[in-house]
Design a protein. Structure first.
Length: 324
């Protein structure tokens, strides 16, 4: 299967999309926050981004869902910064704060990273938290496509993305891997955020499904296109999992995949308020896992409760996942 972005590259449309995304970044309205930062003029957005992309790690990641990691790993690029900024983020070492100057990458360097991951055997190219660096990422994708990149593109994100930016990704992304974090603004605010994620996420997920369709696997069980939604169950049902499963039911019936995660683990170096300062109980997770099974989705992943702590990376290490 030919990745969708290659067709856009061949017509020049991919580079045009990158230019429009750059316009959306100055004044910035890439995400629902629409902070208005003049990023092409050196301003820092609420996400911490200016006019450059910063990369923490580029590696073969074997800890994603089986259709994403496969047998050889997902060619994963972790970007510094995040537009949403959850206080309990397992990637908080890179999603919060100021990145080191040495992590700054040019478009050409970012393209080289994608090609190196392809040459290392990656099943796909997996952008993690790219929404605030879309102009740079799409320009680099165009350069990589010109040099022969032909792997599916995974868009691995929080789901916090503005409608204009999301529309420009139609035909660029092969596999959408968004989170569904909350559906009640009050739950989001209880987690220390603004409350503008919940009102937008229903539309975001519906539009992702329209763009990429049902999750489609090749003969080896590796994803080549489609929507796979992640939902992290939080203590005290601050994740609105009851509403999340009800909302997702028609998408799952239409072929979207779901990953119901039990891996919530408060980072050891962060002080969080109750109930975010503890892991899940069996009652909090397995009841929802049962409800998901009753929906009989075609492709679903359900973790064991002891997954907490296993997937917490250390981005200060050369290999962030070597301690798992």
């Amino acid at each position: 299967m030919i990745p969708r972005y290659r067709r856009l590259h061949e017509t020049g449309e991919l580079l045009r999309r990158a230019a429009v995304l750059a316009e959306l970044s100055d004044p910035c309205r890439l995400c629902p926050r629409a902070c208005g930062a003049r990023r092409l003029h050196g301003d820092t957005g609420a996400c911490g981004a200016t006019d450059a992309a910063y990369v923490s790690s580029a590696l073969l990641h074997t800890g994603e869902e089986p259709p994403i990691s496969g047998t050889r790993g997902s060619g994963t690029i972790f970007f510094f910064g995040c537009a949403l900024g959850c206080g309990f983020c397992q990637n908080h070492q890179i999603s919060h704060g100021t990145p080191p100057a040495t992590a700054r990458v040019t478009d050409d360097r970012l393209a080289e990273m994608m090609l190196r991951l392809r040459d290392a055997g990656a099943h796909n190219i997996n952008w993690v938290t790219p929404s605030h660096v879309l102009p740079q990422a799409v320009r680099a994708l165009d350069l990589a496509a010109a040099r022969g990149l032909d792997l599916p593109l995974v868009y691995n994100c929080s789901g916090y993305l503005g409608p204009e930016a999301l529309a420009l990704l139609d035909g660029v992304v092969d596999i959408a891997l968004p989170d569904l974090k909350w559906l009640r603004p009050e739950s989001e605010r209880a987690c220390g955020l603004r409350g503008d994620y919940a009102p937008n996420i229903r539309e975001v997920l519906s539009r992702w499904f329209d763009a990429v369709g049902p999750l489609t696997l090749d003969e080896d069980g590796i994803a080549i296109s489609g929507l796979l939604v992640r939902h992290l169950v939080l203590p005290g049902n601050l994740s609105d999992t009851d509403l999340a499963l009800a909302f997702l039911e028609p998408l799952l019936a239409a072929g979207a995949g779901i990953s119901l995660m039990a891996q919530y683990h408060p980072p050891d170096d962060l002080a969080l308020p109750p109930p975010l300062n503890r892991t899940l109980t069996a009652d909090e997770y397995y009841g929802f896992a049962y409800e998901l099974r009753q929906l009989q989705p075609e492709i679903a992943f359900i973790q064991d409760l002891d997954a907490h702590g296993i997937y917490n990376p250390d981005f200060h290490a050369d290999d962030p996942f070597s301690t798992r």
